[in-house]
Write a protein that binds this ligand. Structure first.
Ligand SMILES: [Zn+2]
Length: 108
């Protein structure tokens, strides 16, 4: 199953609906985030070339509907992560640029 993504999914954590959260990694893998804040080990989806593909684990785990909503731009980004290393970004300037200060130097 594949869907065109209208929203650009930057690395970070997105909340979909009021129950589920998903973590998009810099490599495009998508994992569900447990209530404890820890991402699951299983990859439930993958972002490639602007589209989000639901993997077998995602479909079996009942994530397909939520992942399609996420791809549709109906997720709320609650954390921004560095595009290079995946570290959580808190500085507004880093969030705007998409990289932490060290990685910004490395990719400049
Ligand atoms: Zn980084």
């Amino acid at each position: 199953m594949q869907t065109e993504s209208t929203a650009r999914l930057s690395p970070g954590v997105y909340r979909v609906g009021d129950r589920r959260s998903y973590r998009v990694a810099p490599d495009g893998t998508v994992r569900s985030v447990r209530p404890s804040g820890k991402p699951s080990r299983q990859v439930v989806g993958r972002v490639t070339a602007g589209s989000l593909q639901v993997t077998g684990n995602g479909a079996e785990g009942g994530h397909a509907g939520d992942l399609l909503a996420l791809a549709d731009g109906r997720g709320t980004q609650v954390e921004a992560h560095c595009h290079r290393c995946g570290t959580r970004l808190t500085d507004p300037d880093s969030v705007a640029r998409g990289y932490g200060s060290e990685c910004r130097k490395a990719v400049a």
